[in-house]
Design a binder for this molecule. Structure first.
Ligand code: HEM
Length: 205
């Protein structure tokens, strides 16, 4: 069977993606260590975890700024916008493919093109992750780093409490997304194809 290849991912997206993944993994490990660790048996020693979490968090804030600006300048933000005209049907067809068709060797219903890199489910999920949850994660993290930014009281409690709860919950959402995302990354023509695409920029089908 011959393989058709198209180049769809410029270098800046690939560099952003893997730097972002590395920072999120560092933040998840150090964050879990700070949140759960038994002080006598930490996953990462507390002081190291706190320092690494701060450095990775500040780096993520800068990288996120780069992501937003690069998406605006390059016009790539448009890829993330769900398009009207059968959006629900496209989501339903894609869901059916992930739950059923994929196990029967059916072809991908909406293979990526240079202009439409994401299928409708990816559009909606990536949009929420990149433009709703990521800014919330960064913002609550920055308030944690500079607690004077937090309101002094919210609903009668210390203003940092809702910030802390939100930061923790959004972190969980992003880690859960990452696990599902890595599984879906195995659904290319070969189990490794989509990971290779994120490295080389070439999509194979
Ligand atoms: C080790 C961790 C990760 C791995 C192995 C991984 C793998 C992949 C793969 C294989 C793709 C291409 C699949 C596709 O067609 O969409 C992809 C795309 C993408 N990933 Fe990840 N990912 C990781 C972490 C993350 C994280 C933490 C985020 C965001 C918080 C993220 C956001 C994205 C986005 C937005 C795309 C689409 C990029 C584009 O095509 O413009 N990834 N990732």
């Amino acid at each position: 069977m011959s393989t058709h290849r198209i180049f769809i991912l410029p270098l800046w997206i690939r560099l952003w993606h893997w730097t972002n993944a590395l920072l999120i993994i560092t933040l998840a490990i150090t964050g879990a260590s700070l949140h759960f660790a038994d002080p006598s048996l930490p996953l990462v020693p507390f002081a190291t975890a706190a320092r690494l979490h701060d450095i990775a968090g500040l780096s993520l804030a800068c990288l996120y700024g780069f992501f937003v600006i690069a998406n605006i300048v390059s016009g790539n933000w448009w890829q993330y916008v769900p398009k009207p005209g059968g959006f629900r049907e496209r989501c339903a067809r894609q869901t059916r493919f992930y739950c059923w068709g994929i196990f029967r060797g059916e072809a991908h219903p909406y293979p990526p093109t240079k202009d439409a890199n994401f299928n409708s489910l990816q559009q909606i999920v990536y949009w929420f992750v990149m433009y709703f949850f990521m800014p919330l994660l960064v913002l609550t993290g920055l308030i944690f780093l500079w607690p004077d930014l937090a309101p002094s009281r919210v609903f009668g409690m210390d203003g940092l409490v809702p910030v802390a709860v939100l930061h923790y919950l959004v972190g969980l959402v992003i880690v859960t997304f990452m696990i599902a995302h890595i599984y879906l990354g195995t659904t290319g023509v070969k189990i490794t194809s989509l990971f290779k695409m994120m490295i080389t920029g070439w999509h194979e089908e």
